[in-house]
Design a protein around this ligand. Structure first.
Ligand code: NAP
Length: 324
């Protein structure tokens, strides 16, 4: 019988085309919004495989109710929306889309470093609001990147790529935090988090969200940062204690923040972060280039094909749990 794949949101069509060319029936959600948990849970009953988005909650109850699924491929590198342990115990392979979005996300992190440290947002708003009267010698002053110290928290694919951009283009000194030491050609040094926080001019977060990283950056961490520090978060909003961040920005404990991710998402319009002059907030666009999203669509589909045809997934999150 023809196998059926469901894609929970309309993504670039390359992946669906690949799946159809392989002979699978592919349906794509026609809703211009994420499906609700209940909608997706019941829809999945009629399919063999799913391509899911980072905001689809694939928890224990979802998986138990859909234990027939042959494979789930998450259209993201992060997989904090999926109960991996439960998927493994039900023998459902989980795929994700690493590498293909590294460049795009590192570019957004770099963009946020510059935008936040050079006051792009408040400078742009001042023009819009009619306050651009003349060239001003002391308004909108910020901090340069050149020669400064970048602290990378999570020195994996994206953290390393950002570090490389900053070392090569801005001659920045790189220090990092990770579970293990990483060989690199950037003279980047592994340090303890406390040292990174107190020495860095720019701090960029690139960790996965899990129970050890949730709220990792809170009041004590902000208090130990430099006054000129710029915090950039393109990882996940929940890694930062957002109330503590807002306080630190309001009290100028740190200079500025550039965020591509928040808690919650979408961030409600009345949230204080939108009102602060020293915070720039993007709506989770890290991987939003045509190149990256096309490659993600293809990789997500390749994972599905491998899962349905009993091969190893190209990007396999729970490989260790499922391979004999
Ligand atoms: P990655 O290659 O797996 O890198 C993660 C890094 O975090 C590794 O260096 C890892 O160290 C380190 N790490 C993990 N847990 C840690 C802990 N408790 N303490 C210190 N270091 C820890 O992942 P990636 O591809 O760079 O992606 C990073 C994250 O970015 C993803 O998980 C995702 O949530 C987010 N992301 C967001 C966007 C966006 O659109 N904004 C796009 C892509 C990704 P070890 O290797 O030593 O274990």
């Amino acid at each position: 019988m023809q196998k059926k794949v469901f894609i929970t949101r309309s993504i670039l069509p390359d992946g669906a085309e690949l799946l159809r060319a392989r002979g699978y029936k592919v349906d794509v959600s026609e809703l211009d919004r994420p499906m609700t948990y209940e909608e997706l849970k019941s829809k999945a009953h009629g399919y063999d495989a799913l391509i899911t988005m980072l905001n689809d909650r694939i928890d224990e109850a979802f998986l138990k109710s859909n234990s027939h699924l042959k494979v789930i491929s998450n259209y993201a590198v992060g997989f904090n929306n999926i109960d991996i342990k439960m998927a493994s115990s039900l023998k459902i392979p989980i795929g994700n889309t690493p590498d293909v979005l590294t460049e795009a996300t590192a570019e957004v992190a770099l963009g946020l470093m510059i935008a936040a440290s050079r006051n792009f947002l408040s400078a742009e708003r001042s023009g819009e609001q009619g306050q651009w009267k003349n060239w001003h010698p002391t308004e909108h002053l910020g901090f340069a990147l050149s020669g400064k110290t970048l602290g990378v928290v999570g020195f994996g694919r994206i953290g390393l790529r950002l570090a490389s951009m900053c070392a090569r283009a801005f001659n920045m000194k790189i220090i990092y935090v990770a579970n293990s030491e990483k060989e690199n050609s950037l003279a980047a040094i592994k340090v303890e988090l406390s040292e990174l926080l107190s020495k860095s001019d720019f701090i960029s977060l690139h960790l996965p969200l899990n129970c050890t990283t949730k709220n990792m950056i809170g009041k004590a961490e902000f208090d130990s940062m430099k006054k000129n520090a710029v915090l950039v978060n393109t990882a996940r909003g929940e890694i930062v204690d957002q109330a503590a961040l807002i306080k630190a920005l309001k009290e100028n404990t740190i200079f500025a923040a550039g965020l591509d991710v928040t808690d919650p998402e979408p961030l409600p319009i009345e949230n204080e972060l939108f009102k602060l002059k020293n915070a720039i907030v993007l709506p989770h666009i890290g991987s939003a280039t045509y190149e990256a999203r096309r490659a993600m669509s293809i990789l997500a589909a390749k994972n599905i094909i491998a899962g349905l045809e009993d091969h190893e997934l190209e990007a396999w999150v729970n490989k260790k749990d499922l391979l004999p």
